[in-house]
Write a protein that binds this ligand. Structure first.
Ligand code: G3H
Ligand code: 13P
Ligand code: ZN
Length: 284
């Protein structure tokens, strides 16, 4: 089927009370793993490109690969720009066929974040592309920036309502205690804050930094309005573990397909495990 629009997937998720997995990918094997897990579980899926993926693979390759994957797939697949850095990058993605983009103005002062995000929404909406905005700052490693887990960076529910109203974003990334990358201690999500944001904001919420979260935390977040769950690190870890295992078993192997093939299987298992917590299995 043709590429799906992430907003449509998240609206269905809202009606059905589940979330859609947004899995990061920067190579063909990880993409194939995501798609075959989604197909096996009859789940919609969002494939997204981080800034690191853009640098590594290039937007053109990612757009073409996900488009091909979607056309061949039996489940709806959207392609999304993760943590978009500029209006120019967003426009480039739209020209390449991305069906959804994030503009991440979370490092900017509130008013500037509003103005820049609203510009992106205006352009994207004109061509039917959905937009994710971010308010508050999510901790951990993101591209070349590492942030601590600081409560003053959590999303303010009142500001979130104003941000959504002024920008017109389709979904909102919130900072409620998750971090990008590996958790140093036990993850500690502020569910009361998430519930309050959900009460104040009438659009689907996005949980970043969802690798390493216990399944129960993901389920609880979904029950409080999270409709898009971003997962990257756990897939990378599964992939590298698969490579290590294959090389340990066959140290003399020189055919990359014999190393990357088993690694792809490991990623597929990791994606299936996540889809189980999201509640979206069997919905398509
Ligand atoms: O935004 C979070 C991503 O997991 C960072 O990924 O290292 O590929 O930019 P990256
Ligand atoms: P993790 O790497 O912690 O899963 O975070 C992914 C993410 O939020 C991508 O935007
Ligand atoms: Zn993120």
């Amino acid at each position: 089927m043709p590429l799906a629009n992430a907003k449509d997937l998240l609206m269905d998720a809202e009606k059905g009370g589940y979330a859609v997995g947004a899995f990061n990918c920067s190579n063909m094997e990880i993409l194939q793993a995501i798609v075959s897990a989604a197909e096996e579980m009859a789940a919609p899926v969002i494939v997204q490109a981080s800034q690191g993926a853009v640098k590594y693979a290039g937007l053109e390759y990612i757009a073409a690969m996900v488009k091909t994957a979607a056309e061949m797939a039996s489940v709806p697949i959207a392609v999304h720009l993760d943590h978009g850095t500029s209006f120019e990058q967003v426009i480039k993605c739209i020209r390449l066929g991305f069906t959804s983009v994030m503009f991440d103005g979370s490092m900017l002062p509130f008013d500037e974040n509003v103005v820049k995000t609203a510009e992106v929404v205006k352009a994207a909406r004109a061509v039917g592309v959905s937009v994710e905005g971010e308010l508050g700052r999510i901790g951990g490693a993101e591209d070349d920036v590492t942030l601590g887990y600081e409560k003053e960076f959590f999303t303010d529910p009142h500001e979130a309502a104003i941000f959504v109203e002024k920008t017109g974003v389709d979904f909102l990334a919130v900072a409620v205690g998750t971090v990008h990358g590996k958790y140093k201690g036990v993850p500690n999500i502020n569910f009361e804050l998430l519930a309050e944001i959900n009460r104040k904001v009438g659009i689907p919420l996005v949980l970043h930094g969802s690798s390493g979260l216990p399944g129960e935390d993901i389920k609880k977040a979904v029950s409080l309005g999270v409709r898009k769950v971003n997962i990257d690190t756990d897939l990378r870890e599964a992939f590298v573990e698969g490579i290590r295992e294959a090389l340990q078993k066959h140290p003399e192997e020189i055919d990359p397909r014999k190393i990357l093939g088993p690694a792809r299987e490991k990623v597929k298992e990791a994606v299936e495990e996540k889809i189980n917590y999201l509640g979206c299995a069997g919905t398509v």
